[in-house]
Design a protein around this ligand. Structure first.
Ligand SMILES: [Zn+2]
Length: 378
């Protein structure tokens, strides 16, 4: 059983025209799925409560977000990561952020109640939000709220983050917790925000060994990505034995993304999602939750997430995108959109290939060497 979760109120999380984290991506996606799938019927979640959010964020931070959302401007907003060019404040921001949290929390509830094994939250994935600070377009950490719910239900959580940026907010919130294994694959912090996510950030205290990072070189490409992903993901499953997998499915590792350079194609995304579903089938009785995340090419992100939708339902991937949808959005955005869900076949530029492969494979080896000391008996 698959459950898809979506609420039109997600579109109110809007930093304004020109900001990369545009709600139009969600509007496009929902309209496309509605046109491609006659059975489209997402569940509308309730908004998260203040108490839900307070499970993972500081009270002093909540008060700043609430004030900013009412249009007030406390003088110390910047100390809380609010009012920056990345995360500007806007009227209604607090309410909007709680709608996104509500969807991801509802996904966790649906799963723990046994109402579905595969759940797709068509929003959220705000992985940079910290305990007491907004960061990188993220106000409230919906993923952390969902993990908190899983932990309360006695479940061990494998958190997989394939967004091109390091999943730092989730990592730090559970850095000392051995019930959560975080695995983040991202473009190396040497080149990209937020700068963290090195191989040797492996957790702290009893959580040591439960924070896994694979920093990757620009132009990593499909083949090398899939290779190191398989090595890390298969060991994470086998050594950690999770009860549930939570995936932040950011689409900004795609080659069309304007903010990053990992250069994946939709084919790699199909493989990644397929591997996660197979891993869930083998280790967690099929229990998996996907959220969205970053992804700043309108064209690529919507196609990656539409693919995810069809894979999750074990349905055939439609060859072509709806023409009426495509024409409508091309006109609205003033830019060309791809006619098919998958990228066309053909090679992408792959500079420094041997050097990049050596670097990435060295990193996955270092990660597994260190983690094996903590997670395996042999
Ligand atoms: Zn990202």
């Amino acid at each position: 059983m698959v459950q898809v979760i979506y609420h039109p109120e997600y579109l109110s999380y809007d930093f304004g025209a020109g900001h990369p984290f545009s709600p139009l991506r969600l509007a496009m996606l929902a309209e496309l799925l509605e046109e491609l799938d006659p059975q489209w019927s997402p569940l509308a979640p309730p908004q998260a409560s203040r108490e839900d959010v307070a499970a993972v964020h500081a009270e002093r931070y909540l008060r700043r977000v609430e004030a900013a959302g009412r249009g007030e401007r406390p003088r110390d907003l910047l100390e809380y990561g609010l009012g920056t060019s990345d995360t500007p404040v806007f009227k209604g921001m607090e309410e909007a952020a709680r709608w996104l949290v509500g969807g991801t929390l509802e996904a966790a509830r649906v799963l723990t109640a046994g109402r579905a094994r595969r759940v797709l939250q068509l929003g959220g994935g705000l992985h940079h939000a910290q305990f007491d600070r907004a960061s990188g377009f993220c106000v409230y950490n919906d993923l952390a709220v969902a993990i908190h719910h899983f932990l309360a239900a006695g479940m061990r959580v494998l958190y997989l983050d394939v967004d091109v940026h390091h999943g730092d907010g989730v990592q730090w919130l559970f850095y000392k917790d051995p019930r959560v294994l975080t695995l983040s694959l991202h473009e190396s912090g040497r080149y990209l925000f937020p700068g963290t996510g090195g191989v040797f950030e492996i957790g702290q205290g009893v959580g040591t060994g439960y924070s896994w990072n694979l920093p990757l070189e620009p132009y990593t490409g499909d083949e090398c990505y899939l290779d190191v992903f398989e090595q890390a993901f298969s060991k994470a499953l086998a050594w950690f034995l999770p009860d549930v997998i939570l995936v932040q499915a950011g689409a900004d590792a795609h080659f069309l993304d304007p903010l990053a350079d990992l250069t994946l194609t939709t084919r790699a995304y199909e493989q990644i999602f397929g591997r996660v579903l197979a891993g869930a089938g083998q280790y967690t009785d099929g229990r998996v939750v996907f959220t969205l995340g970053g992804g700043y090419s309108f064209d690529a992100s919507v196609r990656v997430w539409a693919l995810l939708y069809f894979l999750l339902h074990d349905r055939k991937i439609p060859n072509n995108i709806s023409e009426t949808w495509r024409r409508r959005w091309q006109e609205r955005l003033g830019r060309e959109l791809s006619p098919a869900l998958h990228d066309p076949e053909g090679p992408l530029p792959a500079p420094r290939k041997p050097e990049i492969e050596r670097y990435n494979r060295g990193n996955v080896q270092r990660l597994l060497d260190v983690a094996s000391k903590y997670l395996t008996a042999d």
